[in-house]
Design a protein around this ligand. Structure first.
Ligand SMILES: NC(=O)c1ccc[n+]([C@@H]2O[C@H](COP(=O)([O-])OP(=O)(O)OC[C@H]3O[C@@H](n4cnc5c(N)ncnc54)[C@H](O)[C@@H]3O)[C@@H](O)[C@H]2O)c1
Length: 341
């Protein structure tokens, strides 16, 4: 059985591919990634190196999901029943200055995946959405029942658009689809554009870290293994195909939050990160953190709090993320020490 994972050299994609190849002997993973240089590509090469241990069970295709003939050819060749779309231009701040990348990967690329699912009888499309669709929603925790029509970044707008496009395809062509709104994912070999990784790089160089909104931000930090566990459970249960009273299909369409359901204050997060960086030997025990911290105002596109309501995920899949920030940041710090020395 071949499963498509787009964004397979990415942080979440590589972790998902590894988990699928480790746990399911009969599975072959076809991973597509254009190895974009949005961040240091050595991390992507490192992730692919780890996946190469699975031999022919992991097929890597360097390519762009915005390349329609390529996507068409892959679906034709491998007859995927399940496709997981994680390829995207990620990042909220980058979308303010580089909108083209978001339209190409997140809109055109996603459209190509939908079209391929439509023409090749895919039984379940799982795709990454994001907590950023909640914009500056005041009500917490964020529920998938909340109205999310006010994105505060183009990134968020593309992710919400993915959910709308998937809904239309589920309704029109009866394609089962599940969108997953991930909340601030972190872990070993993660993304250097994210706070925990960027802070670590800066502290190591003796630079100051900027803590936005004067530290009054709360994030539902979610450890990557919890995200992968959620995806793996969801992948195996496509929304049911049903027919409505009008004789037309009721769209087999679902959206879930995957977040820790326990937001942490940014200053507490920085404190734990500091302690774990010292324990792992990344920074010396006498590091002067106070001299390297700067409290600054909120940034455009940012939101003060993210907090996932995971009750639907728990009800349908009996699972909610549970890794503590300390445990997760410890694994990150240990990995960082080993990778960068
Ligand atoms: N990490 C998070 O905190 C987080 C939170 C919410 C949503 N998400 C979403 O989860 C998914 C995975 O995120 P990630 O953190 O692993 O990011 P990532 O940047 O590490 O992975 C995405 C991968 O997609 C590839 N890619 C980008 N555009 C492509 C294209 N047009 N064709 C083929 N490959 C392309 C990139 O090279 C990258 O390796 C993304 O859709 C992201 O928007 C991530």
């Amino acid at each position: 059985m071949s499963i498509l994972v787009t964004g397979a050299a990415g942080f979440i994609g590589a972790n998902l591919a590894k988990r699928l190849l480790t746990e399911f002997d009969e599975v072959q993973v076809v991973g597509v990634d254009n190895l974009s240089d949005y961040y240091d590509t050595r991390l992507k090469e490192e992730r692919l190196k780890e996946l190469s241990q699975y031999g022919e069970r992991f097929v890597f295709v360097k390519g762009n999901i915005a390349d329609k003939p390529l996507i068409e050819q892959l679906f034709d060749e491998y007859k995927f029943k399940t496709a997981v779309n994680l390829a995207a231009q990620a990042g909220v701040r980058y979308s303010i200055t580089n909108p083209d990348a978001y339209i190409e990967s997140n809109i055109i690329g996603f459209y190509n995946i939908l079209e391929a699912c439509r023409h090749h009888g895919v039984e379940h499309l799982v795709y990454a959405s994001s907590s950023s669709v909640y914009g500056s929603n005041k009500k917490v925790p964020y529920s998938t029942d909340d109205k999310v029509d006010n994105p505060v970044s183009l990134y968020a707008a593309t992710k919400k658009s993915n959910e709308l496009m998937a809904h239309a395809y589920s309704k029109l062509y009866n394609i089962p689809s599940t969108g997953l709104r991930f909340f601030t994912v972190y872990g070993p070999c993660g993304r250097p554009d994210m706070a925990y990784f960027g802070f670590t790089n800066k502290l190591l160089k003796g630079e100051k870290i900027q803590i936005f909104n004067y530290g009054n931000c709360k994030r539902d930090f979610t450890y990557v293994d919890d995200i992968v566990e959620g995806i793996v459970r969801v992948m195996q249960h496509a929304p049911e195909k049903q027919v409505g009273e009008d004789g037309l299909p009721i769209p087999p369409y679902k959206v879930y939050n995957i977040g820790n359901n326990s937001p942490e204050n940014l200053l507490d997060f920085v404190q734990i990160l500091q302690e774990e960086l010292i324990s792992a030997g990344v920074l010396p025990a006498d590091y002067d953190f106070e001299a390297h911290k700067e409290l600054v105002p909120m940034q455009p596109g940012d939101v003060p709090v993210t907090y996932a309501d995971t009750s639907a995920l728990e009800a349908d899949f009996g699972f909610k993320p549970h890794t503590s920030l300390r445990e997760g940041l410890r694994k990150f710090a240990e990995w960082y020490k080993e990778f960068y020395g």
